[in-house]
Design a protein around this ligand. Structure first.
Ligand code: CP
Length: 334
């Protein structure tokens, strides 16, 4: 896959070679993300960062990633502060914003909306999440994290055991990650959710057709003995009402006591974040914060590396980043 000038809308665009390429470039970004070095390779370029749905990590890490490559960020947040709320179409918005920008990152609550927007865009569009459909950059950073974390135990993605837990119906991160895992071999997947929030059938079929071994359960007990436990939040924003979401909150909690009793000593805990830390939910307890196998913040940090790589690749500068290095005159303890 050649990335230059391409939209990144779905994980279906990737094969193993293109994933390896993204990860190679992501690793090269570490000194810049860690403020050990600076580069101005995207000096003069503008990112249009359009978030029509709440976000902390994806929005800010897209912006940071672009800044760290020397580019500028122009942002709009919330539907109400956009002319979409006056009836403007996604196509018209795309035509206008793409004339102001060199690349666009976008999140929107409707499935398919980012692809529709991309049809009107003259510059590459990166999907930052479209409803319950996909979150491809999150899936790439999740896979990057899984590869890194497993390597510490001498394991690989091929042959691993991952348990996905929680809202597997509306959780777009588990949808995109599952699709990427279809490119790998001999994985055991344990899918734990309430029956009403089960992984969509088409994704289960794809995983089965990829030759993976699936266990589906509505109970957490007996299913935590995995290499990776990928916990998720009940996606309240996709339910008709808060009360509808409330009935599922707090069903699959993981805390240190449960970890010690049921997980392996090196089980890696992941979560796309935000974790819902309200008492009635608390799917990942704060008492895990000092557990060295809690990878959630390393996972979020990896988002900057992967998004830097995607910007470098889509704008065709991945091989000249070093040529534009400059001094770091200020102190940073990163
Ligand atoms: N993981 C993730 O998409 O987080 P935000 O909603 O904060 O962007």
């Amino acid at each position: 896959m050649s990335f230059k000038g391409q939209h990144i809308l779905s994980v279906k665009q990737f094969d193993r070679d293109s994933i390896t390429r993204v990860f190679d470039i992501a690793r090269q970004m570490a000194p810049y993300a860690g403020r050990k070095k600076r580069t101005r390779v995207l000096d003069g370029a503008i990112l249009g960062n359009l978030f029509f749905e709440p976000s902390t990590r994806t929005r800010v890490s897209f912006g940071c990633a672009f800044n760290l490559l020397g580019g500028e960020v122009r942002e709009t947040t919330g539907m109400e502060s956009s002319a979409l709320s006056k009836g403007e179409s996604l196509f018209d918005t795309a035509r206008v914003i793409s004339s102001y920008s060199d690349v666009i990152a976008m999140r929107h609550p409707q499935a398919g909306s980012v692809a529709e927007f991309a049809e009107g865009s003259r510059v590459p569009v990166l999907n930052g999440g479209d409803g319950a459909n996909e979150h491809p950059t999150q899936a790439l950073l999740d896979l990057f994290t899984i590869e890194r974390e497993l390597a510490a135990s001498g394991l690989q993605i091929d042959g691993m055991h991952i348990a996905m837990v929680g809202d597997l119906k509306f959780g777009r991160t588990v949808h995109s990650l599952s699709k990427l895992l279809c490119l790998y071999r001999n994985i055991k997947l344990t899918l734990v959710s309430p029956a009403e929030l089960a992984m969509p059938d088409d994704i289960v079929s794809s995983l089965t057709n990829a030759g993976h071994q699936l266990v589906i359960s509505d109970k957490l007990e007996g299913h935590l003995n995995a290499d990776i436990v990928y916990q998720t939040r009940i996606q309240e924003e996709r339910f008709p009402s808060k009360a509808d979401a409330d009935q599922y909150r707090g069903k699959f909690r993981l805390n240190q006591e449960i970890y010690t009793r049921y997980c392996k000593s090196n089980t890696v805990i992941m979560h796309p974040l935000p974790r819902d830390s309200r008492m009635e939910a608390n799917e990942l307890d704060n008492d895990l914060n000092l557990n060295p196998n809690l990878a959630i913040f390393r996972q979020a940090d990896n988002g900057v590396l992967v998004r830097m790589a995607l910007f470098a690749l889509t704008l065709g500068v991945e091989n000249i980043v070093k040529d534009y290095e400059c001094a770091v005159p200020w102190y940073s303890n990163k």
